[in-house]
Write a protein that binds this ligand. Structure first.
Ligand code: G6P
Length: 366
């Protein structure tokens, strides 16, 4: 078994380290830098005349979907909603032939996601699915399939599949944006040129793994964590919290930082750790405000921000730096330290990382 793990102690760690490669694989053949264009071989005769997109997924895939919504609204200017598949299927949702349903699933076998897609089809929707497993049930009931090329993911906690889902969703949003005439070649080219540098930047982050390991040793005894983010980093806060609770069994809650004052701030005390994700856009100063409020109440802060962000570093107990890239690309970098942090906290606690208690890799029954 250890050979299968390629020298890593756990599949999760191996899969975290595979991310630069599978990211490149997922972009391969889909990005044309010279032309400033995105291609999807899979999207033959793909209509662009629908009025809105409804994304359905579960768990980590749904967090990717929340980011996908931001991408679709930003680059393709198409109204988009996201729903847990388990909610969508029982809500008698208002969808019709003018709705594109976008489902996301690593396994393609999640019962709720399959049921949501079947229902959407009954209601006349067209369905495009983002999936990692060739020929899985989901791919057989979808009109189009965009494959993530993450390779086999064994660890129950999803890592590399999530990264590839985000990549496909970004490409899909750019593709639609171009075909719907809301995204020009120059803008696309700039974005794509930056996108293809990300695998290298992820390799750089992985080289600083030791720092995250040390950080985990300082924090593994905390019993409660908040993860805060806004904008593109809000879904990432949810995903960071999910990783931690899945494998380390520490209670962790992901929040939009703007909601802090509406309740969660009541939890802040010296025993609460908060993981704050800080980007560079308009809400940055608001998040710094959140950090000040947490600090004033002696809460502990781990900040994840861009290199050189002194102002954030001053408010934090610990800082994790990531390279400065365009805001919408930050999630691709921000996820990696959070995965490593969850991993090393769980390792410190002696948890069964690849097979966490009570969880299944694929939830094929309701
Ligand atoms: C399970 C897994 C999660 C995954 C979710 C959705 O809960 O433990 O890691 O995100 O199912 O799975 P899917 O295969 O549909 O992406």
């Amino acid at each position: 078994v250890s050979a299968e793990k390629g020298g890593y102690k756990h599949f999760m760690l191996k899969e975290i380290h595979e991310q630069p490669q599978v990211f490149e694989d997922t972009l391969a053949g889909r990005v044309n830098l010279l032309e400033g264009q995105v291609y999807f071989e899979e999207l033959q005769e793909f209509p662009i005349d629908f009025e809105r997109v409804v994304i359905v997924a579960c768990g980590t895939a749904c967090h990717a979907g929340m980011l996908g919504r931001i991408f679709l609204e930003k680059f393709a200017r198409i109204p988009t909603e996201v729903d847990y598949a388990s909610e969508f299927r029982y809500r008698d949702p208002l969808v019709d032939s003018k709705t594109l349903v976008l489902s996301i699933s690593q396994s393609g076998e999640t019962a709720d996601t399959l049921a949501a897609v079947s229902l959407a089809r009954e209601k006349g929707c067209r369905v495009v699915s983002v999936c990692n497993v060739l020929g899985s049930s989901l791919t057989r009931i979808s009109d189009w399939v965009l494959y993530t090329r993450a390779g086999v993911e064994i660890s129950v906690a999803s890592t590399k599949a999530f990264l590839c889902q985000m990549a496909v969703l970004l490409l899909f949003a750019i593709y639609l944006g171009q075909h719907r005439g809301c995204l020009g070649k120059e803008e696309t080219r700039r974005l794509l040129e930056e996108l293809v540098t990300l695998p290298r930047l992820i390799r750089d982050i992985l080289e600083r793994e030791e720092d995250i390991c040390k950080l985990a040793k300082k924090f593994y005894l905390f019993r409660n964590f908040l993860y805060l983010g806004r904008g593109v980093l809000f879904p990432l806060a949810l995903e960071g919290a999910l990783k931690l609770k899945e494998i380390s069994y520490i209670h962790a809650e992901g929040l939009s930082a703007g909601e802090m004052k509406h309740g969660p701030i009541a939890l802040v005390e010296p025993d609460l750790a908060t993981f704050v994700l800080v980007g560079q856009d308009v809400v940055r100063s608001k998040i710094i405000g959140n950090m000040e409020e947490i600090k004033a109440r002696q809460g502990k802060i781990i900040a994840l921000c861009c290199f050189g962000d002194q102002e954030v570093a001053e408010q934090a107990d610990e800082v994790i730096y990531i390279p400065r890239v365009t805001e919408c690309l930050l999630p691709f970098l921000a996820i990696v330290p959070m995965q490593l942090f969850a991993y090393y906290v769980a390792l410190e606690k002696g948890c069964d990382i690849d097979q966490p208690r009570n969880l299944a890799k694929s939830v094929t029954v309701e």
